[in-house]
Design a protein around this ligand. Structure first.
Ligand code: FES
Length: 139
C-alpha cells in the first residue's frame, strides 16, 4: 500500500507549487490584535473534510494554513516547512500535511514532524470556534 500524500508533478515539487489556495473571498478573514479571525460563512473552502485555505499578508509575519481535519475540527499551522520554507497542504484521508517541495516533509495536524527532510516541528496555533468564527492566536 502506498504512503498517503498529495499528488504532484515533478515541476510542482521543483517550483514548490502548493495545492491550497488563498480564500476566494479575501474578506472572510482579518488580522488584528495578534489574532486571525475567519468568518466561516464566507469561507466555504473550510466546509468539508480537508478543506483548507492559506492566509498571507495583512501585516502578519506568519503565513498560516487553516484546515479542517477528518474529525471536523479546525487546525492552523505555520505554513512554512521547517526544511526550506515551502508551503504545506493537507493530505486527503490522513491526519497529515505535506510539504509541496522535493524534500516531502510531512507533519501531523499538531505540526509534529512525521517524515522527510525537515528536522523540526512547525508551529501550531490555537484555534477557537465560536459564533460562526474561528479565532486563531498567532502572536
Ligand atoms: S522545504 Fe519542505 S521538505 Fe524541503
Amino acid at each position: 500500500m502506498s504512503k498517503p500524500g498529495v499528488r504532484r508533478s515533478i515541476l510542482q515539487r521543483v517550483f514548490g507549487i502548493c495545492a491550497t489556495r488563498p480564500p476566494a473571498d479575501q474578506g472572510c478573514w482579518k488580522f488584528e490584535g495578534g489574532k486571525v479571525i475567519v468568518t466561516l460563512s464566507r469561507a466555504p473552502e473550510l466546509a468539508g473534510e480537508n478543506g483548507a485555505i492559506r492566509l498571507e499578508g495583512m501585516g502578519m509575519l506568519q503565513r498560516v494554513l487553516v484546515f479542517r481535519g477528518r474529525d471536523g475540527k479546525y487546525h492552523a499551522l505555520s505554513n512554512r516547512c521547517m526544511h526550506m520554507g515551502r508551503r504545506l497542504d493537507p493530505v486527503p484521508g490522513a491526519e497529515q500535511v505535506d510539504c509541496c517541495s522535493l524534500g516531502r516533509s510531512s507533519y501531523d495536524h499538531q505540526g509534529r514532524i512525521l517524515s522527510g527532510m525537515a528536522r523540526r516541528n512547525v508551529l501550531a496555533f490555537p484555534v477557537a470556534e465560536e459564533g460562526g468564527e474561528l479565532s486563531i492566536q498567532i502572536q
